[in-house]
Design a protein. Structure first.
Length: 322
């Protein structure tokens, strides 16, 4: 369930006028920006952007980008993009980092529907004039010196390229067979075996879950545990992340937030990413899982680790206006 508290019976034109007033004059009225945009759903925000452009011949997102700063600006900017365009931006930012953050690519490919992922790839191509697959596969000569790097690229490109079957049908005989294939590959330490790549990147989510459940029943341990025991290189780490994200997205994103908050210095980029992209989806379940895992509410943790307008905006998206 969503945490966003979206107000009804609001006027996009009136909102646009208030935002215009908040962005002009002596300083920006951040409180008004938060009170409006923090309580509007995706459709309402789109209507506000359209009304703003019609009234003032100006892009509201660019105006906010100019008026705000720091983590608050980045959070508001991403919140106000179309979902597919926002995911395209997140992917590009992750791929441009000095140490690429492949988790963002994994999250998109493992949690979005095929249609949603296609929309993200189309938005990426439109915005950056390159395909998402092209940018994932790009590398430097130093990257290629890493033994597992090419296989990681192959795995990630496979994830975003395939159009997974969306039905609920499961072939239990196939699940048993592919469970054995996975175990044999792990026993032989053939972690980059082409069969592992094929199973992980092409099977429907229900079929893959049936295979992983069969693996656990047959061998008394999850495949991620065996992968962790057998090797700790970059490839197996990536493979474990994919399986965890696909198997239980709620637990996966709770861990992303927990790591973002618990590490030395808050990882605002990861924290913003999860809250902004899930506030209208399943952030309530993520919050419940966070409390179950940490015995403290997520809004309390966010309030402790953040400050200023950035804190107020995140708390608003969490449904906890302060």
């Amino acid at each position: 369930m969503a945490t966003l508290i979206a107000f009804e019976d609001v006027s996009p034109t009136a909102d646009a006028e208030l935002l215009r007033k908040a962005c002009h004059g002596w300083g920006t009225d951040e409180k008004t920006v938060i009170s409006i945009l923090g309580h509007r759903n995706a459709i309402q925000r789109k209507l506000i952007r359209e009304a703003y452009h019609e009234l003032y011949q100006e892009d509201l997102v660019k105006r906010l980008e100019h008026e705000l700063s720091g983590d608050f600006e980045r959070a508001v900017y991403r919140w106000n993009l179309e979902p597919a365009d926002r995911d395209a931006v997140l992917a590009n930012v992750a791929l441009r980092k000095e140490n690429r953050d492949h988790r963002v690519i994994i999250e998109l490919s493992c949690t979005l529907s095929p249609e949603e992922l296609f929309s993200v790839k189309r938005a990426y191509q439109c915005r950056y004039k390159r395909s998402l697959e092209e940018d994932i596969a790009s590398h430097t000569s130093s990257d290629l010196r890493k033994a597992s790097f090419c296989v990681i690229l192959q795995l990630l490109v496979g994830l975003v390229s395939i159009h997974r079957y969306q039905g609920d049908e499961v072939n239990l005989k196939l699940a048993n067979s592919e469970s054995n294939i996975l175990r044999n590959a792990i026993e032989e330490k053939a972690f980059n075996h082409e069969e592992i790549l094929r199973i992980v990147t092409t099977r429907s989510k229900p079929q893959l879950m049936a295979t992983l459940n069969r693996y656990k029943d047959e061998h008394g341990c999850t495949i991620t545990k065996h992968l962790k025991d057998d090797s700790a290189d970059e490839y197996t780490t990536t493979l474990r992340t994919i399986i965890r994200c696909m198997s239980d997205p709620i637990k996966y994103f709770e861990k992303v937030i927990r790591n973002a908050i618990k590490k030395d210095g808050t990882n605002e980029d990861a924290l913003t990413r999860v809250i902004v992209t899930h506030a209208e989806k399943d952030l309530k379940e993520i919050m419940e899982q966070y409390y179950k895992r940490n015995s403290v509410s997520l809004d309390q943790a966010v309030a402790k680790e953040t400050s200023g307008d950035y804190k107020r905006f995140l708390l608003t998206l969490l449904g906890k206006d302060n």
